[in-house]
Design a protein around this ligand. Structure first.
Ligand code: AMP
Length: 281
């Protein structure tokens, strides 16, 4: 496995793969890898001749008061996991290499990114689309893999790829969860043991809501949201709801009734840790 720490070295490594007519699969990450990330890597490995994973903690997708400085970093452990998973190349650039002091060009998706996390984290999706556009231009993948844990992120990137004609095929992969149901996240490392135990109530709340819809006990969006809020209120440590929303799963537009395919998405602070989760109903 080759570790490329500059754009130049990544391009030269990829030129060789391309000259051999290898298909290139790409998984962008911010590191602190877990089984969720690895599920994308395994899918990329299965589908492609040459697999690239990027590890880049992208500063421009973090707000001023967010957790960029404390975000878990562990390149040594990440490198081993990726090597064991049969990855061909890791792209691990510095911030300076990705963003020169003259940097002043950004990519904006202006519809899907305005709701959910976009509304709560101004500038976040501009940071995401900009870095993913740069990474696509640097790596030039045939196929790129994302997790449905960040459901909105995938929809925003899909829009960008279509709108700006990136020649890449996108895949979204299922959410990988802990045994008790908590969605895996690099941010779970922030949770105290007590917070970790209580955080499971987030995934339980959305699963429960889905069950209540399926069995006909909930038939309005309002009741659906209040069921989730009621369950989340049972979290027995300091917490607060950032959002609980029900949207059309394709357009991410508001819905009034429960008849289309819906996205139930939540963001909850457990202690100081912001966790997101979602389910399709
Ligand atoms: P991140 O390192 O948080 O930027 O995540 C990199 C990729 O891994 C994104 O496409 C995420 O959606 C995906 N991912 C993160 N957590 C999970 C999970 N629990 N299950 C599946 N994919 C995940």
């Amino acid at each position: 496995m080759k570790v490329c720490k500059t754009i130049r070295s990544a391009r030269s490594c990829l030129a060789t793969a391309r000259a051999d007519f290898k298909s290139i699969g790409f998984v962008p990450t911010m590191g602190a890898l877990h089984a969720g990330h690895l599920s994308l890597v395994h899918k990329a490995r299965k589908d492609n001749d040459f697999v690239v994973v990027s590890i880049f903690l992208n500063p421009i997708q973090f707000g001023e008061n967010e957790d960029l400085s404390t975000y878990p970093r562990n390149f040594v452990a990440d490198e081993k996991l990726l090597k064991d998973a049969g990855v061909d190349m890791v792209f691990y650039p510095s911030v300076d290499n990705m963003y020169s002091s003259f940097f002043s060009t950004y990519v904006n998706e202006e519809k899907i990114s305005l709701t959910l996390c976009g509304a709560k984290r101004p500038g976040h999706f501009q940071g995401v689309t900009t870095v993913v556009a740069k990474l696509f231009n640097i790596i030039g993948p045939d196929n790129a893999y994302f997790g449905r844990k960040d459901y909105q992120q995938f929809q925003v990137i899909r829009r960008m790829v279509e709108d700006l004609n990136f020649p890449v095929k996108l895949y979204s992969c299922p959410i990988v969860r802990e045994k008790d149901g908590l969605a895996l996240s690099s941010r779970n490392a922030y949770l105290s043991p007590k917070e970790r135990l209580e955080a499971v109530k987030i995934s339980q709340s959305i699963k429960n809501a889905k069950k209540l819809v399926k069995t006909g006990q909930i038939n309005t969006v309002k009741k659906l949201i209040s069921s989730v809020e009621k369950d989340i209120a049972k979290i027995g440590v300091e917490h607060s709801i950032d959002y609980v929303e029900v949207l059309d799963s394709k357009t991410l537009e508001n819905v009034k009734t429960i008849d289309a395919k819906l996205l139930l998405a939540v963001a909850v602070f457990v202690g100081k840790t912001r966790l997101i989760d979602n389910i399709i109903i």
